[in-house]
Design a protein around this ligand. Structure first.
Ligand code: TYD
Ligand code: MG
Length: 453
């Protein structure tokens, strides 16, 4: 680089800064993520600080907490992930792959908040007003105080916000925004950081709730949303399979609530619709009397979700058997097959095995172990498992079935959906009240569970 022009290298995954280029980021261990960016501020700019007389520490007892701080977004699924609604003056990051539906979700939230009497300002740096109008037409009638702006200069945006005085602001997306005083291009690590910094000052200073959209990018020089995770109050990721219509909103960080919650939505013609009962949704279209399919119950936070675990076991034609796992951990599946081989004497090494969680859901909970094992055995023997049975339990290396948390909630969810039999760890059964709607079968090890099929 030419002398006199200061640059540094940044990891675009996590924002780690280094004086020289590196192949692997020492902070987040990602490969090939370093990009060179100019650093330092342009001449003649200064950050506006509060006047020094306002800077004063306070006692805990002097700090007042105002009541009624949370606003409902109109979506129960989103409110739950946020910890019970939007907190005034908070900074919320909504991350996700391009095209997953972040803009759609936030536009729908804006519509609801505007209808509830809030003043909302939607700032887009990606789409023209016409494009926003087209999307708005799809999601239906919009009423109330909802303003739109196409702008990417944060200095202009700051002025507009202070002038319009909205309650809620949407920044779509942070990677298109820039501050004049930062030397590097929009989307670079330092721009994204400085921009978020300014937005944080606006949010905290004026008590405005700001939602920031951040794209998850795999290639290119655009900084990912992880760069700003530590600066915001709440981080939500919007995920889902492009080919499946449902979307999951997952809380990754929340200063105002738990991060265990998920919200489930479905993308339809008229925008996103809440899915209040994801189990029903996941089990839709289940084949009848097919071998290798077992219904399991996993927990997402405090919420039980029933899923269908599918396995296909076929004689192998190659020296090394093929194994794949879709929607669950590949190594876990291998481990469970080793347990079957060693503890139950099935010759799994002679078979290819494919395991899949139907519906495109990703789930890594150990409580799925027993269902995966039973699905493998059912496919191997070509014997279907009773359709009204659900299975959960963790499997240990010696083939024992270990306890899982919240067994009662899992059983209750299955009762709600009309299941009549449950195979569960004996230890969980010992602690549970008998149920008249569900036949509960406790098992101590994998062999007992296979015997129950
Ligand atoms: P969008 O919100 O633009 O995604 P993001 O902001 O995360 O990049 O959503 C894009 C996709 O959603 C697009 O492929 C079309 C689809 N979509 C629908 O299926 N129905 C709808 O009503 C809308 C508005 C979008
Ligand atoms: Mg968008």
């Amino acid at each position: 680089m030419a002398k006199g022009k200061a640059t540094a290298f940044f990891c675009k995954e996590c924002g780690f800064e280094s004086a020289k280029w590196m192949g692997q980021c020492p902070a987040c261990r990602e490969w090939n993520t370093f990009v060179e960016e100019p650093v330092g501020k342009k001449e003649g700019s200064s950050v506006k600080l509060r006047p020094p007389e306002k800077v004063r520490p306070a006692r805990l007892s002097e700090i007042s907490i105002e009541e009624k701080e949370r606003d409902s977004t109109g979506y129960g699924e989103l409110d739950r992930v946020l910890g019970g609604g939007v907190v005034a003056g908070s900074l919320v990051l909504v991350g996700g792959d391009p095209g997953i539906g972040k803009s759609t979700l936030l536009l729908q939230v804006c519509r609801n908040l505007a209808a509830a009497g809030r003043r909302v300002l939607y700032i887009s740096g990606e789409e023209s007003l016409k494009q926003i109008k087209l999307r708005a037409n799809r999601i239906g009638a919009i009423s109330g105080d909802l303003l739109f702006l196409c702008e990417t200069s944060l200095d202009n945006i700051q002025e507009t916000i202070l002038e319009v005085k909205p309650d809620i602001v949407i920044i779509d997306s942070i990677q298109t925004m820039y501050r004049e005083e930062v030397a590097s291009a929009p989307g670079s690590v330092s721009q994204v950081r400085e921009s978020t910094n300014l937005l944080m000052q606006i949010a905290k200073g004026a008590g405005i709730t700001i939602f920031i959209v951040g794209h998850v990018t795999k290639e290119g020089v655009v900084a990912g949303p992880r760069v700003l995770e530590h600066m915001v109050d709440t981080v939500l990721y919007f995920e889902g399979d492009r080919h499946a219509s449902y979307r999951i909103l997952r809380g990754v960080k929340n200063r105002f609530g738990s991060t265990n919650e998920i919200g489930v939505f479905e993308m339809r013609e008229q925008g996103l619709v809440e899915v209040e009962n994801p189990s029903e949704f996941m089990l839709d279209g289940r084949p009848e009397g097919a071998s290798g399919a077992v219904v399991a119950c996993a927990m997402e936070g405090t919420r039980p979700i029933l899923l269908e675990v599918q396995a296909l076991v076929t004689q192998t034609n190659l020296g090394i058997p093929r194994r794949t796992a879709a929607g669950t951990d590949y190594n876990r599946v291998n481990l469970l097959m080793a347990v079957l081989e060693k503890r139950c004497h099935y010759e799994m090494s002679r078979y290819d095995a494919y395991v899949n969680i139907a519906g495109g859901m990703r789930m890594n909970e150990p409580a799925l172990d027993l269902a995966i094992v039973l699905a493998l055995v059912s496919s191997l023997k070509d014997k279907p498992v009773d359709e009204k049975t659900i299975v959960f339990g963790e499997v240990g290396l010696s083939g024992e079935v270990r306890a899982v948390s919240m067994a009662e909630q899992r059983v209750n969810e299955a009762v709600k959906l009309g299941f009549t039999r449950c195979i569960l760890p004996q230890i969980c059964l010992d602690k549970m009240k008998p149920s008249d709607k569900m036949k509960l079968t406790g098992v101590r090890n994998v062999r007992e569970a296979i015997g129950e099929l």
